[in-house]
Write a protein that binds this ligand. Structure first.
Ligand SMILES: Cc1ncc(COP(=O)(O)O)c(C=O)c1O
Length: 427
């Protein structure tokens, strides 16, 4: 009997099917030891991630469970709720109606019996919003990224990926058999050398980049990437998770922000950030790409359909955006206001001025953690990031603005930054 089977059998014999296992076998004891060693190493390295528990909807102002440091009412400056639509009343109402009319879920993958009218409608809206042929929904953008490369590229192809691309792109590329090239962050010179080295030896070539790099709040050089794509016959793929809905005047993302609409071949993005924040991701692009993904992309084929309330919430968000939302302008105003005040106060900020991710550079890892803890005590929820999430010596607090912050919220945040910085000798 295998060790797993032995554990299962001892569990059933000793506890009955409704009880929890006691984990008394040799296997479970040694497994526990191995895992605990790994957990201790994470703690020792100072990279343990703990979760604060929120008892309200996602919003500019939230309540965090627990007394002491960090509990109570907080102004939230660390969500990806860029447009503040996570708890917009029209979005919630759309979800409620879909729950009533279409049920809680489909208990099926899309191609068996999991496609409803609302899934097709949302895919069409996404395609229209991005002005592309078609779109395909996933349970998350992580899945969209995990499924796309293996489905489209094989061993005769080559892929060129920015070194700071999101973890889900890195995982997706691991699954694909294409030749892989990694270029330094936004380094178009190195990318061109790689493209030229590959020349005509690959059947398909694909340049892969995040539209906005989320740790730094910097925008990819999309125009230059598209120029290289044209010159070397390479497709351009962009992950727009930190851009869709709010970058560019109409919220169409990085390509609109940089005035190169329509030049990117394939866009992946999330419904879990600016677009209502529930869950879900998508690929949008040429019909042949989407058709191929529906046939071959494993996270699409072998995972449950997006639940109707989630679909309806996202669908309402696209309606709001296509009607021309003033939230995009408000977010841009908030971003400039915050950046202006922080720069005048003397802080060293990283990132592009246009983007609502604002890394406040502190460089020292311990200082970043202590600074963020002190901000929490002052009612401002921000998070410190240090190695290995960012390079050694580049620890920071990453602030994220939202359209639902008002001027007073931002003033309070800046005041807290100044006061803690004085306490810590940073200013
Ligand atoms: C750049 C980027 N791509 C992909 C993802 C995954 O998105 P989702 O949360 O929809 O899985 C994220 C989320 O953190 C992201 O920041």
């Amino acid at each position: 009997m295998s060790k797993m089977a032995a554990v299962a059998s001892s569990f059933i014999k000793s506890r009955g099917s409704l009880c929890l296992p006691r984990f008394t076998s040799t296997w479970s004891k040694s497994a526990r030891g191995v895992l605990q060693e790994g957990l201790d190493a994470i703690s020792k390295a100072g990279t343990w991630k703990s979760e604060r528990v929120i008892s309200t909807p996602q919003a500019a102002s939230i309540r965090v469970v627990g007394g002491g440091a960090g509990g109570g009412e907080l102004l939230n400056f660390c969500a990806n709720n860029y447009l503040g639509l996570s708890s917009h009343p029209d979005v919630i109402e759309a979800g409620r109606i879909a729950l009533r009319d279409y049920g809680a879920g489909l208990s099926s993958v899309r191609f068996i019996c999991g496609t409803q009218t609302i899934h097709k409608e949302l895919e069409q809206k996404i395609a229209k919003f991005h002005n592309r042929d078609d779109a395909i929904l996933y349970a998350a953008c992580f899945d969209a990224n995990a499924g796309i490369f293996e489905a489209l590229l094989g061993e005769n192809d080559a892929v060129f990926s920015d070194q700071l691309n999101h973890a889900s792109i890195i995982d997706g590329l691991r699954l694909c058999k294409a030749r892989k090239y990694r270029y330094k962050n936004r380094d178009v010179t190195q990318l061109e050398e790689q493209l030229s080295e590959v020349g005509d030896t690959a059947r398909l070539k694909m340049i892969v980049t995040d539209g906005v790099f989320s740790m730094d709040g910097v925008v990819a050089p999309l125009k230059e990437l598209c120029d290289l794509g044209d010159k070397y016959g390479a497709l351009v793929f962009v992950d727009e998770c930190h851009a869709t809905g709010f970058m560019g005047k109409g919220g169409r993302g990085t390509e609109e922000h940089l005035s190169c609409e329509g030049r990117v071949d394939i866009i992946n993005s999330t419904l879990g950030k600016a677009l209502g924040g529930a869950a879900g991701g998508y690929t949008v692009g040429p019909r042949e790409v989407i058709d191929m993904l529906r046939q071959k992309s494993r996270p699409y084929l072998f995972s449950n359909t997006l639940p109707p309330p989630v679909v309806a919430c996202a669908s309402k968000v696209f309606d709001l955006l296509m009607d021309g939302s003033e939230l995009v302008e408000k977010l841009q105003w908030n971003t400039s206001y915050f950046r202006g005040k922080m720069t005048s106060a003397g802080f060293n900020l990283k990132g592009d001025d246009c983007h609502p991710i604002v890394p406040v550079m502190l460089n020292d890892a311990r200082l970043a953690t202590e600074f963020a803890d002190r901000m929490l005590q002052k009612g401002i929820y921000v998070i410190g990031f240090s190695y290995p999430v960012v390079p050694v010596g580049e620890a920071r607090i990453r602030v994220q603005l939202s359209a639902v912050h008002n001027k007073e919220d931002i003033d309070k945040c800046v005041d807290a930054f100044v006061s803690v910085a004085k306490e810590k000798g940073v200013l």
